[in-house]
Design a protein around this ligand. Structure first.
Ligand code: SAM
Length: 305
């Protein structure tokens, strides 16, 4: 890697956060994560968690890399579809780990103004931690609480996949619980990029390109039960990355390559290889826009099954 110029994008959380926003802005409207929760996850976990949800001691969730909370709150809303009893309120507890200050504040604001749709069926207590997953694990006490669900919603990339899954399975989950990983699928353009360019020695942060296959490999190696769902596909408009004067395009290119200021710091040759990859991966939408397919799905690991 020493022959590469520049830095991994995630070393600068502020730049990462801007790049992430450019990535979200380039995706077609709609939230595939939400669709996946509602169409697959609810059925896959329903029977397993429903008794615990209803026994009146708090149902405990650990959210890692929760961002502004949009998807975490959607997960809580989804739990309401699993409940059978409607006569009393559920008790929920959620610990949140989110290192980006802006995202963290946005999460806190949402937690302080819960929508009626949530408040009406659950009492929710939050424990918000503005820290990285790595710092959280270092500070963790042996006698700390256990969780019913640990979720990594598009965030397992930053936690270190195998040690994070093993730590969470052994130390965070109780005797019975699940780890939910929302993650890119093996056939996503993003994962293909990671595979192609690690062969060229041009990936700063290999973790950013983890896929569902990596999660399944860890589960199989450890003999854990798991299920996966087929996931949802989203198209991403990458036209702007070919325009060197576009700020959003450059931020998106940083996100796709996980390379901070890639257009400035990569050699001409390397930059051309990167742009060629994305050009070849894209299809024209008929209106002159270059679109690539991002596919993501869920792998759910069960403990105590
Ligand atoms: C792709 S976003 C996903 C956010 C949210 N879960 C969602 O689905 O919208 C990844 C999140 O992981 C957070 N993150 C980055 N590095 C992290 C780390 N070392 N530990 C925990 N979270 C991290 C980022 O700040 C960001 O909010």
């Amino acid at each position: 890697m020493s022959h590469l110029e520049g830095h991994s994008l995630i070393t600068c959380l502020e730049a990462y956060s801007k790049s992430l926003k450019s990535c979200y802005a380039s995706l077609e409207p709609g939230n595939p994560t939400l669709e996946c929760f509602e169409e697959h996850v609810v059925t896959l976990i329903g029977d397993y968690v429903c008794d615990r949800l209803e026994d009146q001691s708090p149902f405990c969730i650990l959210g890692v890399g929760s961002g502004d909370g949009g998807n975490d709150f959607a997960f809580l809303e989804m739990l309401s579809k699993i409940r059978r009893r409607k006569d009393n309120k559920f008790q929920l507890f959620q610990r949140v780990i989110e290192p980006d200050k802006q995202m963290f504040q946005a999460f806190r604001a949402k937690a302080e103004h819960l929508p009626e749709s949530l408040k009406s069926w659950a009492n929710i207590e939050f424990d918000l931690r503005s820290t990285t997953y790595q710092e959280y694990v270092e500070q963790k006490k042996e006698d700390d609480m256990k969780f019913d669900v640990v979720h990594f919603v598009h965030s397992l990339y930053y936690a270190g996949l195998e040690p994070a899954l093993e730590h969470c399975y052994e130390k965070e989950l109780g005797a019975k619980g699940i780890i939910l990983c929302m993650i890119q699928s093996e056939d996503s353009a993003y994962v293909k990029y990671g595979r192609a360019f690690s062969a060229h020695g041009m990936i700063y942060n290999p973790g950013a390109y983890y896929s569902n296959r990596h999660v399944k490999d860890v589960a199989e190696k450890n003999g854990w039960k798991y299920v996966e769902c087929s996931g949802e596909t989203k198209t991403c408009d990458i036209t702007a990355i070919f325009d060197e004067s576009s700020r959003e395009g450059n931020q998106l290119l940083d996100f796709l390559t996980h390379w901070l200021d890639v257009r400035v710091t990569a050699t001409k040759d390397n930059l051309q290889k990167i742009l060629n990859f994305w050009e070849n991966e894209s299809v024209d939408d008929g209106l002159g826009k270059k679109m690539v397919k991002m596919r993501m799905g869920a792998v759910i690991i069960f403990k105590g099954m």
